[in-house]
Design a protein around this ligand. Structure first.
Ligand SMILES: C[S@@+](CC[C@H](N)C(=O)[O-])C[C@H]1O[C@@H](n2cnc3c(N)ncnc32)[C@H](O)[C@@H]1O
Length: 239
């Protein structure tokens, strides 16, 4: 847990912020953080399933991800990881070779498909009992969209979509023995929840030597409490 990378060189999608004063003093207004769950996710679902290239998308997670990026570029902003961070995660996974992953905050399934297709590339032909991505999403509609894309991508069995608040579902899956440890945890839900939910993962004993925790948006919008917590090394201490 010693080197948690933050990637200061990677900017948050600039469209999130609108410059309102052209002066030495720059003021930014958050303009579209709340522009989600406003019908664009359902529009994405239609866009994918009625896409002229639908036959190329079937069983092709990378092509679906590219098409989600296309929607984000040409139709509406989506709060997905996006292609640059997808590349970083691919490099990180090639290095760490995780088999069991937790994706916290599925939204429309971009991160779930990213992790699912990379883990299958790392372990071709692996059985679904050997590699697994648990993808947590509290909004039922988003979880349903994620499930639909997981099925289209041919990742059913590798990616399990779990509907509900992540902390509650971590406990349930651990108590029932479905989740016993995690090799890679991706935190990409709400920054304010990162520390509390990481503490639940610690308390449940899911982290082991070599587990990697990746957190998105720690620089912008920012997750100072989270950075202080992991940089303080607390995540490596037993509770
Ligand atoms: C930034 S989006 C995730 C983006 C996604 N990882 C991707 O790359 O497409 C955040 C998502 O986290 C979900 N979320 C927020 N709090 C949550 C919680 N406590 N448990 C599960 N999901 C949560 C939100 O509903 C939202 O869909």
């Amino acid at each position: 847990m010693s080197s948690i990378p933050d990637y200061p060189s990677i900017p948050w999608n600039e469209t999130l912020y609108k410059q309102v004063e052209e002066d030495d003093l720059f003021a930014f207004t958050v303009t579209n953080l709340n522009q989600c769950f406003d019908g664009r996710e359902e529009a994405l679902l239609d866009f994918i399933h009625t896409h002229p290239n639908i036959s190329n998308l079937r069983n092709n997670p990378s092509a679906i991800l590219d098409t989600i990026d296309e929607f984000g570029r040409t139709k509406d902003f989506l709060m997905t990881l996006g292609p640059a961070k997808r590349g970083i995660i691919k490099s990180l996974m090639a290095e760490q070779r995780p088999k069991v992953l937790m994706d916290v905050g599925a939204y429309v399934g971009y991160s779930a498909l990213t992790l699912g297709c990379i883990v299958l590339d790392l372990y071709p032909g692996a059985k679904s009992s050997e590699v697994k991505v648990f993808s947590f999403e509290k909004e039922p509609k988003c979880a349903a969209i994620t499930s639909s894309f997981v099925e289209l991508a041919g990742l059913k069995g590798v990616v399990d979509v779990v509907v509900g608040s992540a902390d509650v579902e971590f406990r349930r899956l651990t108590e029932e023995g479905t989740l016993t440890s995690v090799d890679m945890l991706l935190l990409d839900h709400w920054e304010k929840l990162y520390v509390d939910d990481l503490k639940v993962v610690e308390e449940l004993g899911l982290l082991k030597e070599g587990s990697v925790i990746v957190a998105d948006n720690v620089v912008c919008p920012g997750a100072p409490e989270y950075l202080e917590y992991v940089r303080g090394g607390k995540a490596s201490e037993k509770p």
